[in-house]
Structures are given as structure tokens and as C-alpha cells.
Design a protein around this ligand. Structure first.
Ligand code: HEM
Length: 475
């Protein structure tokens, strides 16, 4: 019964996609003369879709090994082209919206965060909103956030914790305190967490094609967005009338002006606050958990981090400040390495609006035609063996070797945080957050990993159980 249903839905989707693609490309716009990427062999219509849903990382990895750095997968009649590795990724990261579009593919995010926010807004408004965000994440603000993070990090004296869920809660609170302000943090009840979860639950594969389909998950998403708007609007109104300006991203947003002199609306601020809580809940907290998992599994590196913390305690005492975090070179490399292989985004997508050509490292040239969906995969490209030596190995010291340092710092080699036009504006904040949390935990608790997980294998569902017991790290 279930299979018949899946098949029926797939056929409807395939017809829709076929018509959509035909209209987009023009039925008579032949691509015959172009040298197109190799096409992955899969069962017609649903084969690749099934594989994509089941194990996307291995699907991409296996085909990368088989076909090389450029290949096309047909999903329900839609051509999806993968670009893996720095040689073929330059255009992906540097092209303009009119060449490779994000807005076309992120329409599903509009009902999550509202119209006129991020991908719901016209491009020039979206770019200005990213600038507002960057202003709230500038070094002077990050300096201030360190103290705010420290006030939130606390565990009981002893116990067992699943790092994924434990850190998710902690990071939601710290993100709220630093970026969204004291009032949002104080109002960050179970209700807000549930509403953010409902927003996330409204992103289903079908939402990409039909974001407004009246299904229960979409209805919950819409109710959650409206409720969040109500909660945040009250906070924003209070803040606007407060005589005392605060030091946080919320204040920066409220003081920002668009190029035409207009200020940002309550609805736009609310959408941006929800989007930040959403990112913190997923990407940031998973990277935090995997940083811990790798560190506790690799005793050599854990010892190096301990030694670094002892040396810092010797030099600065218990103080935790921005400049002290900058001295945490070993911990920084451990986070960078966990972010490379632990839980980087599986794919980042664009919609191709103009043909473009890529040349592989072997010198093969391919044209990616208008109408293809184009993807890079940080999860696979971050493990390319011509960029990283022994790429599946957790090795934070790799960034010390001159040769590898050079390769890894070449544009579009290490792509956990994207690159080019769409480089993640939250990268510096992420490092500040994770260094503060992990140095605090290492200084104040004995930690022991009790879960075993398959080394180097991505699995977003695994628990990472850790025993902890309070103690003071002595110099
Ligand atoms: C471990 C944490 C994070 C990871 C792995 C991550 C990853 C990424 C990646 C790969 C992109 C580029 C997407 C693309 O090219 O399509 C991106 C963009 C973005 N990230 Fe992050 N991110 C993280 C944390 C954050 C945080 C904390 C914030 C906000 C405070 C943030 C805000 C954004 C925004 C607004 C963009 C869009 C930039 C643009 O399109 O111009 N990210 N992120």
C-alpha cells in the first residue's frame, strides 16, 4: 500500500517536474551540441530519489568515485548536477543570483520565516539583511558575547548526557542570549523551542516543490511562524521604547537602515530571529557535539587540548575573554577538523539560470545547462583525497603541515562554511561559541565518552553519550 502511494506521488511529481523543466528550458532548446556531464545510471524516475532519501552522502561519494568530480543524477526527470572539489566549484561560489540562483530553490523557506525576510525578500533587500547580520557579528560584538556565553554554560555535578541533545539546549540558550537579546532569552520557554521545532518540521522534501500544500506539517509550520511573530513583536516593541540600548544583534538590527533610509519591520526582525534560532538548533549544536565526540575519542588530541588549557590557566587564571580564546590554537584546530568531517552540510544547492562550463583537474570540460539544479557537497568535498591527505582521518594537526595548510586554504577546498559570495557570516561566531563552551567544560568536568560510534562515518541519528563529573583542572 505504502509503495503504491509513493509511486503515485512520484509519478505526479515527475509529471510536474517534466513540465516545469520543459517550460524552463523551452522544448526546442536543444542541448545536444554541448558536452554534458556523465549521467548516473539509476532506476527510471524514482531510483535516484530513493537513494538520495536513504543515504545521500554515500550516493554522492560513490558516484564521485565512479564518475569523477562532475556528474548528473536524474531525480524525477530533473537533472541534478554535482560539482565536487575546488577545481570545479569556483563558479558555484562566485556566480551572481542571475546566473546561479538560491532564491529559486529556497522558496520553501518563505513560509517558515515570512515574506520580505531572507529568500522571501528581493535580492537587494536580502543582501542588505545579511550586512545587518554581519554588523551584529563583528569582532567588537563577539568580544562581548564571550561573557554572555559563559553565564549560560553549566551542568550539574555529575551525570550522563547525550551531547547532541544536551548541547542543542545549551546552544539555543546561548544563541538567544548573545544574538537575540536578554528579553528573548528570558522568554525562551519550552513553547518557543517547540515552535522552532514545528518550523523545522515544515521542511519536507515535498515542501521544496509545493511549499503551501495544505498538509498537517505545513499547517503547524504556519501556526508556529505566526505565534513566533506575536512573541517576538512584543519583545521588539518593548526594546524600541527602552531608554537603555543593549549590546546584541537585536539592537543592531533595530538600528539598521536600508539604503532607502527605511528601518527594518517587526516582521522582518522576527523572521531573522527565528532563522538564527533555527541555525543554532541544528548546524551549530551538531558541530558542537561532534567536536566533543572526536576529542574524547582521540586521547592524544584531548591531552593536547588539556595541556593548552592548563597553560592558559597558568597565564590568565580562570578568566575567559575574547583574546584568551584566540590563544586556543589546538582547540581551534580540533573544532575546524570536527567541522570538516563530523557534520558539515550534506549539500548546498543552486538553480542554474545560465549555461556555464567547468574544467576538471584531469582537464575534461563540461557544460552545465540552464535548468539543472547544481549542488556542491561539503560532506563529500571536505574528504577529497587530492585536497586532504588521508581524508577520513581526524587529524587537527593537518593544518600545521605547510603543504596541507596550503591546499586546505585554497579557495573552495574546505567548504564547511561555504565560500565566495555566500560565505557563512556566522563562522567566527561559531568558533567563539564552541571554544568558550568546550574550554569551560574541559576546565570544569572530567569527561568520558561512553558511546561508540563508527569512526569518521556520518550519521545524524547517533547518540553521543558522555559521563561527566565536576572537578577543577589544576595547573
Ligand atoms: C557550524 C555552524 C555553521 C555552519 C556549518 C554553517 C554553514 C553554512 C554554509 C555552508 C553556508 C553557505 C550556503 C550556500 O553556499 O548555499 C552558510 C550560509 C549562511 N549562514 Fe551559516 N553555518 C553555520 C552557522 C551559522 C550561524 C551561527 C549563523 C547566524 C548567526 C549563520 C548564518 C548564515 C547565513 C545568513 C548564510 C547565508 C549567507 C548568504 O547567502 O549570503 N550560519 N552557512
Amino acid at each position: 500500500m505504502v509503495y503504491i502511494l509513493v509511486l503515485a506521488v512520484s509519478l505526479i511529481l515527475a509529471t510536474f517536474l517534466f513540465l516545469k523543466n520543459s517550460l524552463n528550458r523551452g522544448l526546442y532548446n536543444s542541448t545536444k551540441k554541448l558536452k554534458l556531464p556523465p549521467v548516473v545510471k539509476a532506476w527510471p524516475l524514482v531510483g535516484a530519489l530513493y537513494m538520495l532519501g536513504k543515504d545521500p552522502v554515500n550516493l554522492i561519494k560513490n558516484n564521485y568515485q565512479k564518475y569523477g568530480s562532475v556528474f548528473t543524477i536524474k531525480v524525477l526527470g530533473q537533472s541534478v548536477t554535482l560539482l565536487i572539489g575546488p577545481e570545479v566549484s569556483r563558479h558555484f561560489y562566485t556566480a551572481s543570483e542571475s546566473e546561479l540562483s538560491l532564491e529559486e530553490l529556497y522558496k520553501f523557506a518563505i513560509p517558515m520565516f515570512g515574506r520580505n525576510v531572507a529568500f522571501g525578500a528581493p535580492t537587494e533587500i536580502r543582501l542588505q539583511q545579511t550586512q545587518f547580520l554581519l554588523k551584529g557579528l563583528r569582532p567588537q560584538m563577539l568580544r562581548f558575547y564571550v561573557g554572555q556565553i559563559v553565564t549560560e554554560v553549566e551542568w550539574q555535578d555529575s551525570g550522563t548526557i547525550d551531547l547532541v541533545h544536551g548541547l542543542e539546549h545549551l546552544i539555543t540558550l546561548t544563541t538567544a542570549r548573545c544574538l537575540l537579546g536578554r528579553e528573548v532569552r528570558e522568554n525562551l520557554t519550552e513553547e518557543v523551542s517547540t515552535l522552532i521545532r514545528d518550523l523545522a518540521g515544515g521542511v519536507l522534501p515535498i515542501s521544496v516543490l509545493f511549499p503551501y500544500l495544505p498538509i498537517p506539517a505545513h499547517n503547524r509550520r504556519d501556526r508556529a511562524r505566526d505565534k513566533l511573530l506575536l512573541i517576538f513583536s512584543k519583545i521588539i516593541s518593548l526594546r524600541k521604547t527602552s531608554p537603555q540600548p543593549e549590546e546584541d544583534l537585536l539592537q543592531t538590527l533595530l538600528e539598521s537602515r536600508y539604503n532607502n533610509g527605511e528601518s527594518i519591520t517587526n516582521e522582518q526582525v522576527s523572521g531573522m530571529l527565528s532563522a538564527i534560532l533555527f541555525v543554532g538548533k541544528h548546524t551549530l549544536s551538531n558541530t558542537a557535539a561532534w567536536t566533543g565526540a572526536y576529542l574524547l575519542q582521540h586521547k592524544t588530541y584531548f591531552s593536547k587540548v588539556l595541556e593548552e588549557q592548563k597553560a592558559l590557566l597558568g597565564r590568565h587564571g580562570l578568566k575567559m575573554e575574547f583574546d584568551i580564546l584566540r590563544e586556543m590554537d589546538v582547540l581551534s584546530r580540533c573544532i575546524k577538523e570536527a567541522a570538516r568531517i563530523g557534520y558539515p552540510p550534506i549539500i548546498t544547492p543552486r538553480y542554474c539560470r545560465q549555461n556555464f562550463t567547468v574544467t576538471t583537474k584531469e582537464g575534461k570540460e563540461y557544460t552545465i545547462p540552464k535548468g539543472h539544479i547544481v549542488l556542491t557537497s561539503p560532506a563529500v568535498a571536505n574528504r577529497a583525497d587530492h585536497v586532504f591527505k588521508d581524508p577520513d582521518r581526524y587529524d587537527p594537526d593537518r593544518y600545521l603541515s605547510a603543504e596541507e595548510k596550503k591546499m586546505a586554504s585554497q579557495p573552495f577546498s574546505y567548504i564547511t562554511f561555504g565560500g565566495g559570495r555566500h560565505t557563512c557570516p556566522g563562522e567566527a561566531f561559531t568558533f567563539i561559541m564552541l571554544k568558550t563552551i568546550w574550554s569551560y567544560l574541559i576546565r570544569n568536568f572530567e569527561l568520558e565518552l561512553v558511546s561508540t560510534f563508527h569512526k569518521g562515518e556520518w550519521n545524524g541519528k547517533e547518540k553521543i553519550l558522555v559521563h561527566y563529573k565536576r572537578r577543577q583542572l589544576s595547573v
